[in-house]
Design a protein around this ligand. Structure first.
Ligand SMILES: [Zn+2]
Length: 266
């Protein structure tokens, strides 16, 4: 049995999060987010799903931010009739945020239409309305953190606390293969960073990071001792990069001489 994932948004960008999952007997979405910002977002929000919304069995919603949930009203308006599983707090937030998003879409449509009328152009319909958003709410199925739900044949899901906004969840989805649940993961879990005092995630997109690795288990170069235990630039050699990215901080162990550094830029 194969499982097909189609990333309909949130890939090479951070908004529009929506993953279409198809198995032998299920078709479902993880998130149904709105594209926000950028010149292409209106076009992407207006485009049709690659499968009929009515053929989607259920939705797993990770959290209420609009870039993860904001196209649910359009999905329901276009024919989706299944349940939307999410945490209780996410259900509460969606009850406020989706109608508000629908109201914003209506006002945006009025403003665009007024502007276009002056040029004799056709009106711009709203992406969806407040009424469309209210129609989503009966489909919400609150699931407490840690509880396993079985939304479709051979599919189980659990919502774990993601520590993001109220109700946000990491959604663990398991698909049975011929009746057996296989523990197959798309990504390995993070490894411990060794002897670093602190580690900062690199905020740059993957393609813009330096092409070198630093083994945090190895001692970093010694400082010159003039600046005590503060944060100081490292003098390791780096691949050529943009000016301003060549140095990164060294975090000195308190009182000691040993140092470690991360690959983050200053
Ligand atoms: Zn978020």
């Amino acid at each position: 049995m194969s499982v097909t994932l189609t990333f309909l948004g949130g890939a090479r960008e951070v908004t529009g999060s929506c993953i279409l999952v198809q198995t032998a007997s299920n078709r479902f979405l993880v998130d149904c987010g709105m594209f926000q910002g950028g010149v292409e977002s209106d076009r992407k929000n207006a485009r049709r799903m690659p499968v009929p919304p009515g053929s989607i069995d259920f939705v797993l919603s990770s959290h209420a931010h609009i870039d993860h949930s904001g196209l649910l009203p359009k999905l329901v308006r276009d024919g989706f009739r299944g349940p939307i599983h999410c945490t209780p707090a996410t259900a509460d937030l969606l009850g406020v945020m989706l109608p508000d998003a629908g109201h914003i879409q209506e006002k945006e449509s009025e403003w665009q239409t007024r502007k276009r009328e002056r040029g004799g152009k056709a009106e711009v319909p709203p992406l969806y309305t407040e009424a469309d958003a209210l129609a989503v709410l009966p489909a919400l199925r609150p699931v407490p953190y840690g509880k396993i739900v079985r939304p479709g044949p051979g599919v189980s899901a659990a919502f774990l606390d993601a520590g993001h906004i109220l109700g946000s969840a990491i959604v663990i989805v398991t698909v049975a293969d011929d009746g057996k649940e296989k523990k197959t993961r798309l990504l390995r879990g993070p490894r411990p960073p060794g002897v670093a005092d602190r580690a900062r995630p690199d905020p740059r997109p993957a393609g813009r990071r330096p092409r070198h690795r630093i083994d945090l288990r190895q001692p970093a170069p010694q400082g010159d001792g003039r600046h005590g235990g503060g944060v100081r630039p490292c003098r390791r050699r780096h691949a050529p990069q943009e000016e301003g990215e060549r140095r990164h901080p060294v975090v000195r162990r308190g009182g000691g001489r040993r140092t470690s550094c991360t690959s983050s830029p200053t």
